[in-house]
Design a binder for this molecule. Structure first.
Ligand code: SF4
Ligand code: SF4
Length: 94
């Protein structure tokens, strides 16, 4: 059995993005004042979260639906839902 790198595995996923985000940062001021390391920008495998000075940008279209931000934000500042049916990540078998 061959072993694939993370980069090779990334080629096996596609996204069917909805027009509405299934992820919401509830209070950007909490990110600004209480979370200097902006932890979600570090642990999210999809690089969904990007800090842009005063606000957290959420590129929900690339979410892997791993759920890490649901439990990883120390301030429970991310509202996490699954995308609506028919949307979100699509896994292809190699
Ligand atoms: S981990 Fe939570 S509090 Fe910290 S920057 Fe991300 S959303 Fe904001
Ligand atoms: S569920 Fe996973 S991939 Fe999606 S935004 Fe949260 S940490 Fe990133």
């Amino acid at each position: 059995m061959s072993t694939k790198t993370i980069e090779e595995k990334q080629y096996l996923i596609r996204f069917r993005a909805d027009t509405k985000s299934h992820l919401t940062v509830l209070d950007h001021d909490i990110c600004n004042t209480n979370c200097p390391d902006k932890l979600c920008t570090l642990f999210c495998p999809g690089e969904v979260y990007k800090w842009e000075g005063t606000r957290m940008q959420v590129g929900y279209e690339g979410c892997h639906e791993c759920g890490s931000c649901r439990i990883g934000c120390p301030y429970e500042n991310i509202k996490w839902e699954y995308p609506l049916g028919g949307h979100g990540i699509v896994f292809r078998l190699a």
